[in-house]
Write a protein that binds this ligand. Structure first.
Ligand SMILES: O=P(O)(O)OC[C@H]1O[C@@H](O)[C@H](O)[C@@H](O)[C@@H]1O
Length: 304
């Protein structure tokens, strides 16, 4: 790891935890207002703890399977360049490739207003297996920004190949909640969704979503803002997005949670996935030489 980069990280109150997840380093940022961790494995935000609060992001105590395509993806895994199953290659892993490879730590610094900034990068040329599984050349970047009351992620994908690239994607955020039965999602009233647990039936949302249990729904052409109210942790989490046309709500519920090898049986009670996505009908193409950005900003406040 580049010494200059480590010095820049240390100047931000940061550190590198060597080989802490899947034999990859983790970046840790300690500030008076928050503590954040980013794993280079999958390039994902693992944890964001505003001082005096519970982590905003969920992690399981289960270590999961340690093979490359084994599961260990909580926090904010990146699903790219496909969301869900790969329709052409059924033996490929679900939710794309970005979450299964080591990303490069490329920048540590501050934005003009003083917020901490961390940049990671993943290019197809970094790993021969990536080039083999997705022959179109690409470069991904994630710019993380941290503040006392939340974080934002600017995920960008550049198509470096000479043909247009068909993409579906998600920032698959696992929000940590006290009890999923006491969670309500607002902001999707009147939006059409595909209910993956009902053979892909197309439905229309009426009112808020509660309780948040045993759900697998892709909201199509969804609005840029939604709110998670978590009564058990007495907090309200607001998501604002750009470049995202779908919102995916997922919670495995008790039966599926028991079957999964990457989580404890009771974990489903303590997370809700509200995903910033372009999925199913909202898939799109990135023209040759062009780039697409997906932005998520998350803020937390006390529930009054
Ligand atoms: O287990 P994975 O691959 O991380 O996916 C978890 C869930 O992610 C959701 O986004 C999908 O809609 C679900 O169908 C899927 O089960």
């Amino acid at each position: 790891m580049n010494g200059q980069l480590i010095q820049e990280l240390e100047a931000l109150g940061g550190d590198l935890l060597p080989a802490s997840l899947r034999e990859c380093d983790e970046i840790v940022i300690d500030q008076p207002e928050y503590h954040a961790r980013i794993a280079l494995w999958g390039g994902h935000l693992v944890s964001f703890v505003p001082t005096g609060q519970k982590d905003l992001l969920f992690q399981s105590a289960n270590q999961g399977d340690q093979t490359r395509f084994g599961r260990r993806h909580f926090g904010v895994p990146v699903c790219w360049p496909w969301f869900g199953a790969n329709e052409k290659q059924l033996d490929y892993p679900a939710h794309g490739l970005a979450r299964y490879f080591r990303w490069q730590f490329s920048e540590a610094g501050r934005f003009k207003n003083g917020d901490v900034k961390i940049v990671l990068r993943l290019a197809s040329e970094d790993h021969p297996l990536l080039e083999e599984m997705w022959p179109q050349a690409f470069e991904l970047r994630q710019v993380f920004r941290f503040t006392g009351d939340g974080f934002s992620i600017n995920f960008s994908a550049a198509n470096l190949s000479d043909k247009s690239m068909a993409v579906t994607e998600a920032l698959h955020t696992y929000f940590h909640v006290g009890d999923n039965r006491q969670v309500q999602v607002q902001g999707l009233d009147g939006v059409s969704f595909i209910d993956k647990l009902d053979n892909g039936a197309r439905k229309k949302q009426s009112g808020v979503i509660t309780p948040f249990e045993c759900l697998d729904s892709v909201y199509i052409d969804s609005p840029d803002e939604c709110v998670i109210e978590d009564v058990s942790f007495a907090r309200k989490i607001t998501l604002r997005t750009e470049g995202s046309q779908s919102t995916v709500l997922w919670n495995p519920g008790p039966e599926l949670a028991k079957k999964r090898a990457d989580m404890e049986d009771e974990d489903y009670r303590h997370f809700v996935c509200v995903e910033t996505a372009n999925a199913l009908n909202n898939g799109y193409e990135i023209a040759s030489g062009e780039m697409h950005q997906l932005r998520l900003s998350v803020t937390v406040e006390a529930l009054s």
